[in-house]
Design a protein around this ligand. Structure first.
Ligand SMILES: NC(=O)c1ccc[n+]([C@@H]2O[C@H](COP(=O)([O-])OP(=O)(O)OC[C@H]3O[C@@H](n4cnc5c(N)ncnc54)[C@H](OP(=O)(O)O)[C@@H]3O)[C@@H](O)[C@H]2O)c1
Length: 371
């Protein structure tokens, strides 16, 4: 059976069944299964997108493991917003082509055939400054599949962008989060900002985007990745193989007047150790906790120095529009570290977890590697 609402002139006939990586519960790699499932049907105000590229993120692994915990229950199995409805197709980083629009959506029909970048956030309201309260791939099905349904107003037109679909797919979660962090902390030209986890998805985006804004970027990273991070825009490198106190000493020596800001995705023991290296009136914006979610902070280091600690989750619609405009203009060029077929998702995630790469690991659900 074929879906009736597709436009056969653009992509050919849309099949009734697609290949998808389906998350069947919280657990190890075995709960992620490659299956044939029905192609979703777009409703009013929605588009069906053929997924040409979908990047891997840390949140996919944490959601699979149920590693986000719950308030007061740090070890509870949960997604980032709490329960996850299984089966769920993960993948928040989606680039592709619109192949169909929901019934009655005139605007959506004109989008058919367009290359798009999908804003994966589900917001708490309609305005440009709305908060993200859900994510495609967590609270709704995402892009680790050959097709995905998305709200029409979240599909950003990439006509004219010099970026490949693989490069576009690197942007939404990592560069969206990085844009949100830079905007919420007000990081701009002439400021010195320390970026932690600098070779990771969000970290590398922070290095590139902060440098593009004219900030002086100090990248904290594992040994061996410094040259690539300099190439990405870092002015100085600090290695994270040392104890947190030694890392703090190295930063203090490098930036004797204090950091204007820290853009942190790592957390853990580094946070209390590095807090005194932030200047009076500086900002610490945090969006992740790969080195540990619970830390003991000397609050005097915050209030006696007017240091702002800012939590940052994803981006707002306004942040994403800025990112989409950067993508169309080619002002941001993400790095694709590896590409894999969708059926190789377990290998892709294992390699992601090893963290030996610089840039993003991309899956190619549609089977082609170029737009
Ligand atoms: N708040 C949000 O909206 C949001 C959105 C996306 C991601 N996140 C979170 O941000 C964090 C990073 O995500 P990502 O996708 O960038 O992950 P990622 O690609 O795995 O990058 C994390 C980086 O952190 C460094 N690292 C890894 N283990 C470490 C350790 N034990 N101690 C210190 N540094 C370590 C590594 O970089 P180096 O080798 O260069 O140090 C690694 O590449 C995760 O916690 C993720 O859940 C949050």
């Amino acid at each position: 059976m074929e879906q009736p609402t597709q436009d056969p002139t653009v992509e050919g006939r849309v099949p009734a069944v697609m290949r998808a990586a389906v998350l069947t519960g919280f657990g190890g790699p075995e709960v992620l299964q490659i299956r044939d499932v029905p192609v979703p049907v777009p409703g009013s105000g929605e588009l069906l997108v053929r997924v040409t590229a979908a990047a891997v993120n840390n949140t996919d692994l944490w959601t699979r493991r149920g590693a986000y915990g719950l308030p007061g229950q740090p070890d509870a199995l949960a997604g980032w917003r709490g329960p996850v409805a299984f089966p769920r197709i993960q993948g928040g980083d989606i680039a592709g082509v619109v192949v169909a629009a929901g019934d009655g959506d005139g605007d959506g029909r004109s989008a058919v055939g367009r290359r798009v970048l999908v804003d994966p956030a589900i917001y708490d309201g309609p305005g440009p400054d709305a908060n993200p309260v859900g994510l495609l791939g967590s609270e709704a099905d995402g892009g680790f599949a050959q097709y995905v349904v998305v709200p029409a107003d979240r599909a950003h037109d990439m006509t004219g962008s010099p970026l490949t679909d693989e490069q576009l797919s690197c942007l939404p979660v990592a560069y969206g989060t990085a844009t949100g962090m830079l905007e919420r902390a007000g990081i701009g030209a002439g400021e010195t900002v320390l970026v932690t986890g600098a070779s990771g998805g969000v970290g590398l985006a922070l290095v590139q985007l902060a440098a593009a804004r004219g900030a002086r970027v100090v990248a904290l990273t594992a040994p061996g990745k410094g040259d690539l991070l300099r190439e990405a825009g870092a002015a100085a490198i600090v290695h994270r193989d040392a104890a947190p106190e030694a890392t703090a000493d190295a930063v203090a020596e490098l930036v004797p007047d204090g950091l204007d800001a820290v853009a942190d995705v790592v957390g853990g023991a580094l946070l209390p150790a590095l807090l005194p290296t932030v200047r009076d009136g500086g900002r610490w914006v945090i969006a992740g906790a790969v080195a540990g979610p619970e830390v003991a902070v000397d609050l005097r280091r915050l209030y006696l120095h007017n240091v702002a600690l800012i939590g940052s989750s994803m981006h707002t619609p306004a942040h994403f529009s800025r990112l989409a405009a950067d993508a169309v203009a080619g002002r941001v060029v993400p790095w694709v570290a590896e590409r894999h077929d969708l059926a190789e998702i377990h290998t892709a995630q294992a390699r992601f977890a090893r963290s030996a790469h610089v840039g993003k690991i991309v899956l190619l659900p549609a089977g082609d590697r170029r737009p």
